[in-house]
Design a protein around this ligand. Structure first.
Ligand code: ATP
Ligand code: MG
Ligand code: MG
Ligand code: MG
Length: 574
């Protein structure tokens, strides 16, 4: 590829509405452009990265004998009514009618569609197990799309669905997918952790998430230094585990109130009242700072079945310190308030996991996790002892029990993959059965496996960037090598040698971009563009270098360039 024939849409200024590094850099490097809230156009360089990620995912899924299919984005309401999710899903499911007034939705996930396919195509245990996948745009009407493609409304997902005659066959494929995911994230060159996870509104029993570690992550994960124990801290909470999309709505609406965004407190009260599952919720949110509350953090204690009675932070009688020592009753007493009211609290330096009061701890953690966005601003970082988290985990029975080894670290993560053992949840609801070896009809066991393909692009940048821009891992760089000819207009040989290098590298299977923009674009601008775009290897061809048969080479992360013998360049970069 040549820059003269390519869209180099780099920006010098940091776009004002982009809060985290990956969002800023994806705009600045000319990878994406926003069309509307949570909807993005992928520009040529961005699409190359997205396709490279997709291809790695595809190769590893194929290796695991999964079969690629493509299902419709638009789905009919009948299927969702059959599974029961038409009523369970909140406004995150985008619904609409066709010209015949029939109900449809845009697919946020495809359990119903694939179950419908499989119940029609398969009738015998002999045809199982099977695993189908697709790489396709999903639509979720997220209340608060943010961070660019990280939390978009339209986004690319790899979703896979497996079907089995019994639980042990499901467990085998689940294990294979776990391994496949580990291979994928390794090939992508990312620092990741697999953690025990909640099954949320997708349902089922066993579930793991794959997280890319990054301070900007919206989730908190906890893992042991000395054992395999690793979990999403969400799992420690018994209430949010039952939360579904509508609980997310509530939490995010509250955040809007706290940050002075659109929604009124009355709207939140209505949302809470409508949300039957939310019996108790605690959220840590940002409030006005005052002498009593210097960090400007506030804990909201909410009862879904009570009227909300908002009280401004400065009107409250005292500061609760430390928060984690308090029970719900103590919080209410100290606030001089009833359940359902709002209160401030000072979190200065309080380790979150500090006492034995499981209930308040649980509420606290659930709030902290829900509102990681604000806690991030509060410089949140901590470690907890094993016993402390063990205590926490007791709040949810049947979770199995960590082994008590080592110290647990709590880190922020970006959820890039999620695998589930669904059991017979969908097959039962939708009557998807096959005949077993005795000719008896049995419901199929099912697993489902998602990867946020477009989110991975942003997550990779969160993990790999510096003040000059993106630093792509080789495997997903839009181009692996940038060739910058220096003062080509003054030289007979610089351009021909650059072209020659380009062809030789391309013949070796390397993606190359040759910066052949004319001298109106200075070398400094060319270097800055290639660094911003994160091209991992840069070659500079100059008259002076050629006099000594040398090409200047610089790895994107390195501080200084080095000189390579001209005839060894291709061999070295291969
Ligand atoms: P989150 O907790 O971030 O909302 P989720 O648990 O709702 O994600 P899943 O239903 O598990 O998401 O979907 C599988 C994968 O799709 C996720 O692991 C994530 O990587 C990706 N994903 C989910 N929602 C979005 C989104 N709004 N934008 C981009 N990627 C997403
Ligand atoms: Mg979600
Ligand atoms: Mg999640
Ligand atoms: Mg998930």
């Amino acid at each position: 590829m040549r820059t003269s024939q390519y869209l180099i849409a780099t920006l010098r200024e940091t776009p004002a509405d982009a809060e985290i590094a990956s969002h800023q850099l994806m705009l600045r490097a000319g990878l994406i452009r926003k069309l509307a809230s949570g909807m993005y156009t992928w520009l040529p360089a961005g699409l190359r990265v997205l396709q490279k990620v997709s291809q790695i995912v595809r190769e590893e899924m194929n290796r695991a004998a999964a079969m690629e299919v493509s299902m419709p984005v638009v789905q009919s309401a009948e299927l969702w009514q059959e599974s029961g999710r038409w009523d369970q899903m909140g406004p995150e499911l985008l619904r609409f009618k066709d010209r015949h007034e029939r109900d449809f939705c845009l697919g946020p996930t495809h359990e119903e569609v694939i179950t419908d396919l499989v119940r029609n195509e398969f009738n015998s245990y002999k045809q199982l197990p099977v695993n189908f996948y697709q790489i396709q745009m999903k639509f979720r009407d997220e209340r608060r799309p943010r961070f660019g493609v990280m939390r978009a409304r339209e986004f690319l997902m790899k979703d896979a669905y497996s079907f089995h005659i019994n639980e042990s066959s499901l467990a085998q494929t689940y294990e294979l997918m776990y391994q496949t995911y580990s291979n994928i994230f390794q090939r992508l060159g990312l620092d990741f952790r697999a953690v025990l996870a909640d099954t949320g509104n997708i349902g089922g029993s066993t579930s793991h998430e794959f997280h890319v570690l990054a301070d900007s992550g919206e989730d908190e994960i906890v893992f042991s230094s000395d054992s395999d124990y690793a979990a999403n801290i969400e799992l420690a909470d018994g209430i949010l585990s039952d939360a579904d999309f509508s609980c997310d709505d509530t939490a995010e609406a509250l955040e809007e109130v706290a940050t002075g965004d659109a929604r009124s407190i009355e709207d939140v009260a209505n949302l809470l009242a409508a949300d039957k599952r939310s019996l108790v919720k605690t959220l840590v949110i940002k409030a006005e700072t005052s002498e009593a509350n210097p960090k400007g953090l506030m804990v909201l204690v909410l009862r879904g079945d009570q009227e909300l009675n908002p009280v401004k932070a400065e009107k409250l009688p005292g500061v609760l310190s430390p928060m984690t020592m308090a029970t719900d009753e103590e919080i209410f007493a100290a606030l001089g308030a009833k359940p359902g009211s709002l209160g401030p609290c000072d979190l200065q330096g309080v380790p979150v996991v500090a006492d034995k009061s499981a209930a308040s701890l649980r509420n606290f953690i659930c709030g902290a996790n829900r509102d990681g966005y604000h806690l991030r601003n509060a410089n949140w970082d901590r470690d907890a002892s094993y016993e402390q988290v063990f205590d926490l985990r007791k709040v949810r029975e049947g979770d199995g029990s960590p082994d008590g080894k080592g110290t647990l670290s709590i880190k922020r993560g970006i959820e890039v993959g999620h695998i589930f053992q669904l059991g017979t949840k969908y097959s039962q609801a939708m009557n998807a059965s096959v005949l077993d070896e005795n000719g008896k009809s049995v419901m199929m066991n099912m697993g489902c496996y998602g990867i946020g393909v477009s989110r991975i692009v942003a997550a990779a940048i969160e993990q790999n960037h510096d003040e000059n821009g993106i630093i792509w891992p080789d495997a997903i760089a839009p181009f692996q090598v940038a060739i910058v000819p220096l003062n080509a207009h003054k030289s007979e040989s610089v351009m021909p040698v650059s072209e020659e290098l380009k062809s030789a590298l391309e013949a070796a299977g390397i993606d190359v971009i040759l910066d052949d923009r004319d001298r109106k674009t200075s070398p400094g601008v060319k270097f800055a563009d290639m660094e911003l775009m994160g091209i991992p290897h840069r070659l500079v061809v100059s008259e002076r270098g050629l006099e000594n048969d040398q090409i200047e080479y610089k790895a994107r992360g390195a501080s200084d360039p080095e000189l390579l013998p001209r005839n060894e360049v291709v061999e070295i970069l291969k």
